[in-house]
Each structure stands twice: as structure tokens, then as C-alpha cells.
Design a binder for this molecule. Structure first.
Ligand code: NAD
Length: 304
């Protein structure tokens, strides 16, 4: 899809961070951007800033964890702006999701936002996009966390010994981001040959984004409310360590959201599917796929 001027882009979670940068960049490309976020005051401020800079932006309150809220967003975009051409399912959170303890709130929340937010976005907007007959593009924000793993595995062998297990808190984030990659890959297969393109954005560490602070401060009451100091420490205190463990040699240097946004625009124009933001994380992805292929080597050498 190379013609963006005058088209409508909806970006969820665009009151902050990467979503905001994408919205700003789309506006610079001459698109009308919908700043869709559950923090309406912040969405309004971002829309005003875009308009001050000569762009066109409409703030809309949406909670991506509720299908009816996403439907209301789509109705508003159809009614007021004549439908969407570019949809970015970007809203995301991070929370404390241990695997070995009975803790439900963090899991429900992260699955509802990071996974169902993307599902509801696709379910709601895709039929309308197809029906319009226009060119369109859907970008789902996953993460590098959606394509890596297997940090504790070498040549398809787990290490056993006397070490004390260090159970981290990133299970929910990893699980939901892998799911977003899987959904995007499946959607790309299903939409192949149609007028709707699909990309999956797999960013690594970016400066000037607020997922940790926003997640801690604005977690809704039904998922446990704002995080306590202990939970914040459990959720975020270990992230460097977790990142190190997960990425190993592929650990990256932070980059800036406007560069990520420019990569997204290029991907939409050129029809790129995977959008990576940090070329220096390649080794971490290679590591995971090498473990999977080593599993195949074991399968091949199996003798009954
Ligand atoms: N920042 C990074 O370095 C990084 C790295 C990898 C992936 N990501 C992914 O990029 C996306 C954006 O992250 P960010 O760092 O810009 O975060 P951010 O907190 O700066 O922005 C996310 C926005 O989503 C909104 N949001 C949260 N829950 C919502 C809901 N239920 N409904 C609607 N909006 C909601 C928040 O209000 C916020 O404005 C996320 O999906 C995140 O997982 C970010």
C-alpha cells in the first residue's frame, strides 16, 4: 500500500510511546489519525499536538479489552471519517505473571490487553476493511519477545545441575507476544492475494516509551488496581536480568520511537511482514531457531 495521503489510520495505545510516534508519523504522511487510547485526556493532548504541527488527528476513548468498546470505535471511524485504511493494534501492558504461583489478575489483564486487544481489533475492523474494497493494512505490535525464547537451551539440551531456579515474571508478556506473532502469521496467510496487507511489529528496547510506568499506574481495578511497590519490583526489577537471560548475545542498544515509526511506514509501503527495529538482536532469534532445528536433528537421529 504505497498511497497514504488522505487515508485514515487508527492506532490503539497512541497516547504514548511507540503508538504515539506511529500516529505522529502517519500524520506527517498526510493521513488522518485516530488517537485511540483508554486514557482520553492524554489522547486529546496528543491529537492537539499533531494538529498544532499541521496534521489531522481525532482522539477517541477505547478500551481494547472490551469488544463493544472497539466496535464503538469502529462505528465512530466509519461515521465520522468514512472507514479505516491502516489499523495498528498496538496497545500493550506488562505485568507480574509468575508461572509457579497462583496469581490470576496479572495474567487476565495482560492476556486481555495484549492478546484480546489484537483479536478484537482484527475481528471488528477487518470485515469493514474488506467490505470497503479499498487497499488497507493491519499492523500488530508484538515484540522481539514474540520471536525469542529457548535461552536455557543449547543444541536442544536443557542444563541440569544444582543451581537454584530463578523464576522470573515475564511469562505473560512472552506468551501474549508469541500469540500476536502467531495470529499475524496466520492472518498474512489468509489475506494473501487480497487488498489488505499485514505486518507484525517486533520492537526491542526504545527510549521515551512508558509501558512500565503506565502499566504500574493505570492497571484497572478489576485486574488489581495500581501496582504495589513489591509488585512493581517483581515485574520490572528483574527485566534487565530477564532480558539478558532471554537475549544473551542479542541484547540491544535502545533506539527512538520516531525511527520505529519510520520503519513501520516503510513496511506498509513495501509490504514487509516482519518489522524488526534492532538489527543487533538477530543473534537471539538465530539462537531460538537453531534450538528448534537441533530438535529436528534429534528427531532425525531417533532409532526405535
Ligand atoms: N517500548 C518498547 O521498548 C517496546 C518494546 C517491545 C514491544 N513494545 C510494545 O509496543 C507497544 C507500545 O508500548 P509502549 O512502550 O509504547 O507503551 P506505552 O505505555 O508508552 O503506550 C501504550 C499505550 O497503550 C494504552 N493502553 C493500555 N491499555 C489499554 C487498553 N486497555 N485500551 C486502550 N489503550 C490501552 C496506554 O494508555 C498507553 O497510552 C506495546 O504493545 C508493547 O508491548 C514496546
Amino acid at each position: 500500500m504505497d498511497h497514504l495521503q488522505g487515508k485514515v489510520a487508527v492506532v490503539t495505545g497512541s497516547a504514548s510511546g511507540l503508538g504515539r510516534a506511529m500516529a505522529e508519523r502517519f500524520a506527517q504522511e498526510g493521513m488522518i489519525v485516530v488517537i485511540a487510547d483508554n486514557r482520553f485526556g492524554e489522547a486529546e493532548a496528543v491529537a492537539k499536538e499533531i494538529e498544532r504541527n499541521g496534521g489531522r488527528a481525532v482522539p477517541v476513548e477505547v478500551d481494547v479489552t472490551r469488544r463493544e468498546s472497539v466496535m464503538a470505535l469502529a462505528d465512530r471511524v466509519d461515521g465520522q471519517l468514512g472507514g479505516v485504511s491502516v489499523l495498528v493494534n498496538n496497545a500493550g501492558v506488562v505485568s507480574f505473571t509468575p508461572i509457579a504461583q497462583a496469581e490470576e489478575g496479572g495474567w487476565r489483564w495482560i492476556v486481555d490487553v495484549n492478546l484480546f486487544g489484537v483479536v478484537y481489533g482484527i475481528q471488528t475492523f477487518l470485515p469493514r476493511m474488506l467490505k470497503s474494497g479499498r487497499d488497507g493494512h493491519i499492523v500488530n505490535t508484538a515484540s522481539l519477545a514474540g520471536v525469542i525464547g529457548g535461552g536455557g537451551v543449547q543444541a536442544n539440551r536443557i542444563r541440569l545441575g544444582d543451581a537454584t531456579p530463578q523464576i522470573g515474571a515475564m511469562y505473560g508478556y512472552m506468551a501474549t507476544k508469541h500469540a500476536v506473532v502467531a495470529i499475524s502469521e496466520t492472518l498474512a496467510r489468509d489475506l494473501s492475494g487480497s487488498r489488505i496487507g499485514v505486518s507484525v511489529l517486533c520492537p526491542s528496547h526504545h527510549e521515551n516509551t512508558n509501558i512500565f510506568q503506565n502499566s504500574a499506574r493505570y492497571r484497572p481495578a478489576q485486574f488489581g488496581g495500581p501496582m504495589s511497590q513489591e509488585e512493581m519490583q517483581a515485574t520490572f526489577g528483574q527485566t534487565d536480568q530477564n532480558r539478558e537471560r532471554a537475549l544473551g548475545p542479542g541484547r540491544s542498544r535502545p533506539r527512538f520511537p520516531d525511527e520505529c515509526a519510520a520503519r513501520v511506514v516503510r513496511a506498509i509501503r513495501e509490504g514487509q511482514f516482519y518489522i524488526f527495529t534492532h538489527p543487533d538482536t538477530r543473534a537471539a532469534v538465530e539462537h531460538r531457531f537453531n534450538q528448534i532445528l537441533a530438535g529436528y536433528d534429534d528427531a532425525t537421529t531417533f532409532v526405535r
